[in-house]
Design a protein around this ligand. Structure first.
Ligand SMILES: NC(=O)c1ccc[n+]([C@@H]2O[C@H](COP(=O)([O-])OP(=O)(O)OC[C@H]3O[C@@H](n4cnc5c(N)ncnc54)[C@H](O)[C@@H]3O)[C@@H](O)[C@H]2O)c1
Length: 435
């Protein structure tokens, strides 16, 4: 196995620094890239700050359906930015080179497609689409227009994800056979009970446009400001959170995705009218491919978790396991798997058994930590760096429409499994439901 030739993995409890050098020459090479933000809520605003931290980027326009967010945008970024409630007015501006789409999930597909056909490059927040059926339209628009299109699962551009990918390829944990991810939350905000602004009304909110691609209803500020809780707009725990782990996992393993998807869960606590579970489990079978052996994935999300605050992605192989974070990877390997197996260790203590098995000492587990060096600007910064480099004609982006769809599909199929109470069979290579 390649591991034997990887000296750094043979030390016990060693710490390594992950480095990133920023190529400011490339970033400032060409003229300024003028961007617009469509959907100026929490993430769209963070995205805008992240892209503006790069050289040669200017924000020229902002679109939102809530007046309060447009007002905040001008107080943040200046009165000279163009603001509107109609994203098509943004797409009609010739000076806009690229857009960030930070709307709720049910608008991702249409705005992405319209933007690419209007000649704009796109950064679309995750999940790329709201339902399985929508994926091909975005892929086709990207192929036809040739625009740079990238989905916003920023973690896969991180030093941590890149290192995990390299370590797995080197055989640091042997052959992958299992992976797991987990989110534990407990707070109202963590469970998507956001504040409703006092001025919320049909005057300040363009409710008709919000609903124009889904079911018509009377104005309901809960649905507008807490859209994650409703199936017409959001994609539940799996579309919101599991999708990040699919993106990272697929990047690290070079995988196309699972072929069987099973979900379970329930609404246990946050009975506020929401239509989505607050505890969800997903089990995913990854078939063998030329890139990796067959493995299983288990994902969990709990919004009523008294322990609170835990999130992780762990990849388990025949020789060890990796905990993957955006700025850190911890590799753990059993020094000698036979002697550290708890069952065999107990047996070895038994006198009759000890006649046949020589008793050995427990050896410490090897632990190798890879940590980003101080001053690392983080996954979000790196993700936008990759997008801008591609727009300027550098390398293509990893998280394009095909990658984005392959990450969104199992998350969306997880919801389908939950609501339809059956396993979903998926062809990850050809990106189609199996009959
Ligand atoms: N990458 C990440 O880590 C991350 C984190 C949080 C959210 N997100 C994603 O970002 C997106 C936005 O989430 P959020 O938490 O910022 O929600 P939010 O409710 O805070 O923001 C959404 C904004 O979109 C506006 N909007 C709704 N429909 C619109 C339309 N048709 N045209 C223009 N504006 C419209 C709303 O008024 C609101 O200001 C979601 O897709 C979410 O999954 C990604």
């Amino acid at each position: 196995m390649a591991l034997a030739t990887t000296p750094s993995l043979l030390s016990v409890s060693s710490i390594h620094t992950l480095k990133r050098s920023y190529n400011s020459g490339l970033l400032s090479k060409n003229s300024t890239i003028q961007i617009a933000l469509i959907g100026a809520g929490g993430m769209g605003t963070q995205d805008t700050y992240a892209v503006l931290a790069h050289a040669g980027v200017k924000l020229v326009a902002v679109c939102d359906l809530y007046q309060g967010h447009l007002d905040t945008a001008t107080s943040r970024w200046g009165n000279d930015i163009f603001t509107t409630r109609d994203y098509k007015e943004i797409l009609a501006l010739p000076e806009v080179d690229a857009v960030i789409i930070g709307t709720p999930d049910h608008w991702h597909k249409q705005i992405s497609i319209d933007a690419m056909y209007a000649g704009k490059h796109v950064y679309c927040e995750k999940p790329m689409v709201h339902s399985l059926e929508e994926g091909y339209d975005v892929i086709n628009a990207q192929r036809k227009t040739g625009k740079v299109f990238m989905v916003g699962s920023q973690g896969l551009s991180s030093l941590g994800n890149e290192k995990a990918r390299e370590l797995l390829a080197q055989g640091a944990i042997g052959d992958i056979n299992y992976a797991e991810g987990f989110w534990a939350r407990r707070s109202p905000t963590g469970a998507w009970q956001y504040n409703i602004p006092e001025d919320a009304s049909t005057e300040t909110v363009d409710w008709d446009t919000f609903l124009s691609n889904t079911h018509k209803r009377d104005f309901d500020p809960m649905r507008f400001f807490r859209w994650r809780n409703y199936r017409d707009y959001g994609t539940g725990m799996s579309g919101d959170l599991f999708v990040h782990l699919f993106s990272s996992l697929h990047f690290i393993t070079n995988s196309y995705g699972p072929d069987q998807i099973y979900a379970s869960g329930g609404l246990r606590y946050w009975n506020d009218g929401r239509e989505v579970p607050d505890v969800m489990l997903g089990v995913f079978d990854y078939p063998e491919t030329p890139q990796h052996p067959a493995f299983n994935l288990s994902l969990r999300c709990n919004f009523v978790d008294g322990t609170s605050g835990t999130t992780y992605l762990r990849i388990v192989g025949s020789e060890g396991a990796m905990d993957v974070q955006w700025d850190k990877v911890i590799v753990r390997r059993n020094a000698e798997s036979f002697e550290t197996d708890p069952y065999l260790a107990t047996q070895a203590k038994d006198s009759s058994f000890s006649n046949t098995v020589a008793r050995k000492k427990m050896k410490p587990q090897e632990e190798i930590v890879y940590e980003a060096e101080k001053g690392y600007l983080g996954a979000h910064h790196d993700h936008f760096g990759n997008w801008l480099t591609a727009i300027r004609g550098g390398q293509s982006v990893v998280e394009d429409a095909v990658f984005g769809y392959r990450a969104a599909a199992p998350a969306l199929a997880c919801n389908d499994s939950y609501y339809q109470d059956k396993a979903i069979l998926w062809d990850p290579k050809n990106m189609k439901l199996k009959k």
